[in-house]
Design a protein around this ligand. Sequence first.
Ligand code: ADP
Ligand code: MG
Length: 570
Amino acid sequence: NTAEAQQELTDGFHLVIDALKLNDINTLYAVPGIPISDLCRMAQGEGLRVISFRHEQNAGNAAAIAGFLTKKPGVCVTVSAPGFLNGLTALANATTNCFPMILISGSSEREIVDLQQGDYEEMDQLAIAKPLCKAAFRVLHAQDLGIGLARAIRAACSGRPGGVYLDLPAKFFSQVMSAEEGAKSLVKVIDPAPEQIPGPAAVKRALDVLKGAKRPLIVLGKGAAYAQADEVIREFVEKTGIPFLPMSMAKGILPDTHPQSAGAARSTVLKESDVVLLVGARLNWLLSHGKGKAWGEPYSKKFIQIDIEPREMDSNVEIVAPLVGDIGSCISALLEGIDSKWPKAPSDWTGAVNAKKEANIAKMAPKLMNNASPMNYHSALGALRAVIKERPDAILVNEGANTLDLARGIIDMYQPRKRLDVGTWGVMGIGMGFAVAAAVETGKPVLAIEGDSAFGFSGMEVETICRYNLPVCIVIFNNNGIYRGTDVNPTGGPDVAPMVFVKDARYDKMMEAFGGVGVHVTTPDELKRAVSAAMDSGKPTLINAVIDPAAGTESGNIGSLNPQSVVVRK
Ligand code: ADP
Ligand code: MG
């Protein structure tokens, strides 16, 4: 009898679902379509949470940040060729940012793809994914799915985390095998990100360098936030008394209001420190590659670096004390060498840092309290700063140019992994994907502060936010354009300038179209009231915050990266 026979069978669809569940992966971020529609349906039927998006890049960004928040790979599921390529951007971004993520894409039949005979959505996806992520695998046979997913999980989570591509051809899904054999073929990954303990000689070397410092500095990066070693990091910072500087996604590991925070004295501490301990922060462009004017050359700095990736050492400048291992283990090892006789950071140094910080904070304060209309960045962000202060467990998502740079400096964070932003690439378009996953993974209220241009890259996901009724409040800093809405077409022709959008657009109406709350505000007081109400109600809300189009600067803080023309056309 067929029913009985069927009960003893499983297939590719069910093996994927069972393997994910076995590994405690309970959420899929997806855009359904051929050949993964039924996978999404069945996954929901079997109790997984399937969050379905409007564009794969946003689903992918959601999976990536879920990985950052949970230390488990976030999983994105897409269709073949174009859907895959859309998801691949997010996978590459996850890899660049060291977030664990798995992109599962359906693909066309190998026989046809390899002979290039023109299949539906034909593309050699595995080959294309490979150079853009940490690892890429294809599963052709149902009985290999268990091992395939285990390899993907290990590759994503162990060592330096990153993105993994898993290619599943359409034929795979309907392959059947005995249910008993199928269950046996699945693998529960044990200890996917094993501790990596630093060697004792490396620990001693680091302590020796640190002990000799006159002007020490600790730089905390998003690797430190990812590691979830918050307690030992705090203990280490406080026992040594060393000023710390958080990179943007490391804000809140210790509160920005901590007496040792040097956030408001950033340029001073970079320039004047003599020994710098990097904790999960790379010396890439975001830290001026560890050299040059920003670092006070011709000073010679000594760098100690904690990182799980050995090849990160000496990537930009010499690292005199490399400490390779996971951050929890490395900081714990350092702490063992720090006894009651350990000399605290010299008080002339910490005093000078504090004086600079207090002066900068005092200089900023009045700009944050101006209630005039039109709003500028400082006055609007002053209002939002107060909102986060009252709700330290809320998650802040942030993208834009000036909207990003100024929010990063102005809005204090109080808890770890609460600030999610454009990351290593400074990429626009992460906003709604990050906001959705932050709400789904944590259940906390989310405040997404978005430049109007940045929002446009993922704006259609407001429908997703409304559909799942997520506690997300989006604030759009609407200044009518990319960077600023003030450019004019130099020819006097009918087209608007390339950086300018429709003037006085009402983004709040988009939210209303899907049943969410839309609010239009023009003063900091109105903004604060509207955001507070949204965060307290948990209702999906979009606030159109009108910002003076003349406020801010081209490209925010990174205008110097724009190449300049020296040619004057007569
Ligand atoms: P930021 O942009 O905040 O400075 P980066 O992304 O440049 O941070 O650096 C993060 C670093 O943290 C990467 O070099 C990565 O290898 C490292 N890292 C990630 N997770 C861990 C971990 N658990 N232990 C140690 N290092 C880690
Ligand atoms: Mg703008």
